[in-house]
Design a protein around this ligand. Structure first.
Ligand SMILES: [Zn+2]
Length: 485
């Protein structure tokens, strides 16, 4: 690794700072990686945690996961605290001094050419000085004749620097692409985390009042155990249905006997739905909503699906069901379904059912009103699979009925556990209306419902409106200002 991040600790051992502890759970901690450390860390690697208060004491630890600018580290003994530094320690004598910084320092006062990783080139600018006070982020101060003020450039952004046609600085081999992508991504992720965590703290205060229970934060090991549980079930299923094949994505285990060449679009749609939900709720992408992964079992034939439900879920498939989402109280999610002969409707249904699973796993297991849950599922299904006809048809029928009756049929205040089949169209129209008034407001509505507040309270906080006002505004949006609840 490029020597820029080498430093010397008091005890004479060269150490590389990997990052800072941001979260602690028992003897595990989550570490936000510092820039440049991505290629210095890997699963199974050994590191040391340096306590902020007593830097002379270190605790040894093992890296158990690395992902998107963060690492999970397991302490061999004891625990860490938020703010502790995590370092990799190398043997004394292996210290990497930095000839590049020395060359830069000696070029101070001279004219240099600086090429940035992002592509910009500064030619023949004056190198004023090198600021290496932060060894994690060494900067140069330069003066460009065309600019009014001197410029500060971080070396992490620099591809190379030449002085008198001689190369005096070059970024680490291979770091060029990885580095720029990594640091941009890391910066974005860090920002997302800060916002997400601040909101989460606020939201958790609501739970003290309502008594709703947040899904527990799971360790990597617990997530892995949940995936193993699914895999054991998959083994049983493969035994029963020999043509089932397993496909795996970042968030899904997809078990199916649909031909491999036909499957890709569906996997992509599920990933797109996952991404959309994460974005809508403002969840940083490295946070896991599923317990492990969601399991999708998709058969070609309806009879296989019915048989699966009866034998393996131990309950009859609901009459006329295209798919079912089994959302367990333990947090496991299994979606079972069949393709039949309407590919777009199958895609829509997959997104619909999986959206129920996501809703179940989002923040708490608390149910949201059925019309919101079904309306969102259909809305997402249509958004991700616009070729689907079933949702627009249901919406069209709903609009015709509203125009006939001038009423929403009491759906908004309804406490129905499951809305009727003829209420889906209206539900997705209402949810679409709410989402069109702002993703953030809709996310806030769901957050408050999930915290255990009722619909009126949640609408009031998220939209600053009552049920009645919302219905009136919806009526206006479809040209019916006197629409009745
Ligand atoms: Zn549904």
């Amino acid at each position: 690794m490029f020597g820029l991040i080498a430093t010397f600790a008091d005890h004479g051992i060269a150490e590389d700072t990997l990052g800072t502890v941001v979260e602690v759970k028992r003897n595990y901690c989550k570490v936000r990686l510092s820039m440049n450390s991505a290629d210095g860390i890997q699963k199974g690697g050994v590191c040391q945690v340096v306590t902020a208060d007593t830097p002379s004491e270190t605790k040894s630890a093992t890296v158990t996961a690395v992902r998107d600018g963060f690492a999970v580290v397991r302490l061999d003994d004891g625990t860490a605290s938020v703010g502790d530094r995590v370092v990799v320690v190398s043997e004394p004598g292996l210290e990497r001094d930095n000839p590049q910084v020395a060359s830069l320092v000696s070029a101070a006062g001279k004219k240099v050419d600086v090429k940035l990783i992002a592509g910009r080139m500064f030619e023949n600018i004056e190198l004023l000085r090198v600021d290496d006070s932060d060894d994690q982020n060494i900067k140069i101060r330069v003066r460009d004749a065309s600019a009014r003020r001197p410029l500060t450039i971080s070396l992490t952004a620099v591809d190379y620097i030449k002085c008198e046609a001689k190369l005096i600085f070059e970024c680490a081999p291979g770091a060029k692409t990885a580095n720029s992508r990594f640091s941009r991504k890391q910066a974005l992720l860090a920002k997302q985390h800060a916002e997400y965590e601040a909101k989460l703290r606020q939201w958790e205060l609501l739970l003290d009042k309502t008594g709703a229970k947040k899904w527990p934060d799971l360790t990597t090991t617990e997530h892995e155990a949940a995936i193993t549980e699914h895999r054991d079930f998959i083994k049983v299923l493969k035994n029963d249905y020999s043509d089932l094949e397993l496909y795996e994505t970042d968030h899904f285990l997809f078990l199916s006997n649909i031909e491999r060449r036909h499957l890709n679009p569906y996997l992509m749609q599920l990933d797109a739905m996952h991404k959309l939900m994460m974005h809508m709720y403002g969840i940083p992408e490295d946070i896991r909503v599923w317990k492990g992964k969601a399991l999708i079992v998709a058969f070609v034939e309806r009879q296989q699906f019915v048989d699966f439900e009866r034998r393996h879920i131990k309950q009859p498939a609901p009459a006329g069901a295209y798919g079912v989402c089994h959302a367990g109280t333990d947090g496991q999610v299994i979606v079972a379904c069949f393709r039949g002969d309407r590919p777009a409707e199958f895609g829509q249904m997959l997104v619909h059912e999986t959206s129920h699973g996501f809703m179940h796993r989002y923040k708490t297991a608390k149910d949201v009103p059925s019309w919101i849950n079904e309306g969102l599922a259909d809305h997402l299904g249509l958004t991700i699979v616009p070729a689907s006809q079933s949702v627009p048809k249901r919406q069209q029928a709903a609009l015709e009925r509203i125009r006939r009756t001038n009423s929403l049929g009491g759906i908004v205040g309804s406490e129905l556990r499951n809305i009727r089949a003829d209420q889906y169209g209206l539900s997705s129209l209402l949810v679409r209306f709410l989402i069109q008034n702002g993703d953030e407001r809709f996310a806030s509505l769901i957050d408050h419902l999930k915290a255990g507040l009722n619909l009126n309270e949640s609408l009031q906080i998220a939209y600053n409106t009552s049920q009645e006002q919302m219905i009136r505004a919806f009526g206006v949006s479809i040209g019916m200002p006197n629409l009745q609840p």
